[in-house]
Design a protein around this ligand. Structure first.
Ligand SMILES: Nc1ncnc2c1ncn2[C@@H]1O[C@H](COP(=O)(O)OP(=O)(O)OP(=O)(O)O)[C@@H](O)[C@H]1O
Ligand SMILES: [Mg+2]
Length: 531
């Protein structure tokens, strides 16, 4: 078998004399399969796990090594391996804390590894290395399977299904023995972004349970359930469209333009756009309740794309390296779900400490996110995987400067409190939603009274008014609304200074204003403000 792309890269490192290389992946089996292909250049491998000890490629214990040895001993035992053997360690990183000598043992073994051609390959789902090793251990990326690799899976699976069916002849429904090219193509497309094992399971499930025409849909459904299982992303099926958002016309119009390229990405690329041209996303800042999350949901629904919500607080883990791993897994899964909208909610939460925290976790997570924001759009095959990011934040002040640089987002928007005509639209939407109406003059009065209210607070006023009316089992009246206004305290009152600062910050950094300037007095005041 010719060397796989990973084996080829690895062989370059080995030939260059790297004594230790770390690979971050969950896919141990596939990694070992890759290493099998090193035979081409006359290399072999041995693998160690704390449970199994040292094994050769056939899985047999290696003579002269100690079963049940401690991690430091196991590391030094690379001397007992044949020359020109890659020494693979599974989850050795897990021992760094419980057996601190492990790190020392690796450093001692570097010389042996280098001089006698037994490089160490540290394989674990965590990407983190202790300071002592950072200079000596190279980090290597383990890419997801390419379309070609996924394609290779299908004949193998069809064959094993056929064999299984033959063994249980007569009792089973007929399983497919071959598939049309079009179906295979669609299945591979649906499986993009999955790991080898995930793809294998999804393919088998599809082949065993569905007619060829609906196999790609089964794979798609499996991806959805992976998102649920992983628990880092929340899959939201948005129902409201941009029509349910009152006001914010400049932002809505802009989003509609972005949507045309996101939704029809494949067509746009066929037309001549390059992957880098595809829209990347928007950053929305503004006070709570101004509709930032609503916009994210509505944009996804309007474009007919799934919405994934990335909750920064779920990313932060307590174990070393855990946060980085979670972030990477979450982003990988988002790419697998493309085309989709990724809502990074309260982005400032995880990033606030970046650059200042001592453990460096926020800094690294931010680095990961920034790199991804910069590079995403192109999947493992160089094909685009359009993930449109809508990041929202309350406090733009705490956002690190690199996040605001051009190239990260297509647009940075500041969502202000609604203008009076926007408040009217918001009120109308929420009255209609509850099948209530009041005469236009009363709506005008409500708009007047809610001058500093956010849309969420206006909704709260209407809900409170409706509750009062319902208690007496009658329709909503103007008085219910006006009474409710007195009971709902707008946040902007207590955060007046914050709000001013946010406006100032938005102007200073050249953010776009999501609210349309109002006609008349308001408009001129606003224009002067901006001027
Ligand atoms: N422009 C709007 N038009 C109609 N309803 C709105 C609008 N903005 C907000 N709302 C209502 O207020 C609710 C809360 O708004 P949303 O969660 O989007 O605010 P947010 O800006 O994300 O706040 P936070 O910063 O606290 O996350 C929405 O679910 C919606 O019902
Ligand atoms: Mg929100």
């Amino acid at each position: 078998m010719p060397m796989t792309p990973f084996a080829t890269t690895l062989s370059d490192y080995i030939k260059a004399g790297y004594p230790a290389i770390a690979v971050t992946t969950h896919e141990e089996e596939r990694l070992l399969r890759d290493l099998q292909t090193l035979r081409d250049i006359g290399w072999s491998f041995a693998s160690w796990s704390a449970v199994r000890g040292w094994r050769d490629p056939e899985g047999k214990a290696i003579q002269g090594t100690t079963a049940g040895a401690t991690a430091p001993t196991a590391v030094l035992e690379i001397q007992k391996l044949q020359k020109r053997t890659v020494a693979v360690f599974f989850d050795l990183q897990a021992h760094f804390i419980t057996e601190p000598d492990t790190v020392r043992a690796i450093r001692d073994a570097l010389e042996i590894a280098k001089s006698s051609f037994r490089p160490m390959l540290l394989c674990s789902p965590y990407s983190i290395l202790p300071l002592e090793l950072e200079k000596d251990v190279a980090l290597l990326d383990y890419a997801l399977p390419t379309s070609a690799q996924l394609r290779d899976l299908i004949p193998e699976l069809l064959k094993s299904i056929k064999q299984a069916a033959a063994r249980a002849a007569g009792t089973q429904r007929p399983y497919p023995t071959e598939l049309e090219d079009g179906v295979i193509e669609a299945m591979i497309n649906a499986a993009r972004g999955l790991t080898w094992n995930e793809a294998e399971s999804a393919f088998s499930l599809a082949m065993m349970t569905a007619q060829p025409g609906s196999m790609p849909a089964v794979i798609q459904r499996e991806k959805t359930s992976l998102v649920r299982k992983q628990g880092l992303l929340e899959l939201i099926e948005p129902r409201v469209t941009l029509d349910a958002v009152g006001g914010l016309d400049p932002l809505k119009e802009w989003l509609l333009e972005q949507g045309a390229l996101i939704k029809y990405a494949a067509e746009a690329l066929a037309w001549g756009f390059v992957p880098e041209d595809l829209p990347k996303g928007a950053l929305l800042t503004g006070l709570p309740g101004t509709g930032k999350s609503l916009i994210a949901r509505a944009a996804a629904a309007t474009w007919g794309l799934p919405l994934l919500r990335l909750d920064m607080s779920r990313i932060l883990g307590s174990l070393v390296g855990q946060s980085e791993t979670r972030m990477r897994d979450a982003l990988r899964l988002a790419e697998a779900m493309a085309p989709c909208v990724l809502h990074v909610d309260e982005i400032e939460k995880a990033l606030a400490g970046a650059g200042t925290d001592t453990s460096g976790v926020s800094t690294r997570i931010m680095g990961q996110l920034l790199t991804w924001l910069q590079e995403r759009g192109v999947g493992p095959d160089g094909l685009p995987s359009p993930v449109y990011v809508i990041a929202t934040a309350n406090n733009p002040d705490s956002l690190p400067a690199p996040l605001l640089r051009p190239g990260r987002f297509d647009g940075r928007w500041f969502v202000d409190l609604p203008q009076s005509f926007e408040r009217r639209l918001v009120a109308q939407i929420h009255l209609a939603k509850r099948r209530q109406s009041v005469v236009p003059a009363d709506v005008d009065e409500l708009v007047e009274q809610t001058a500093d209210y956010s849309p969420a607070e206006i909704e709260q006023v209407i809900k409170t008014g409706c509750a009062a009316a319902f208690r007496e089992r009658r329709g909503l009246g103007a008085k219910d609304l006006f009474d409710a206004v007195k009971r709902v305290m707008p946040l902007s009152k207590s955060r007046k200074e914050d709000l001013e600062k946010m406006r100032e910050e938005a102007r200073r950094t050249g953010a776009l204003f999501a609210n349309a300037p109002e006609m008349g007095f308001g408009a001129s005041r606003r224009l002067l403000d901006i001027g």
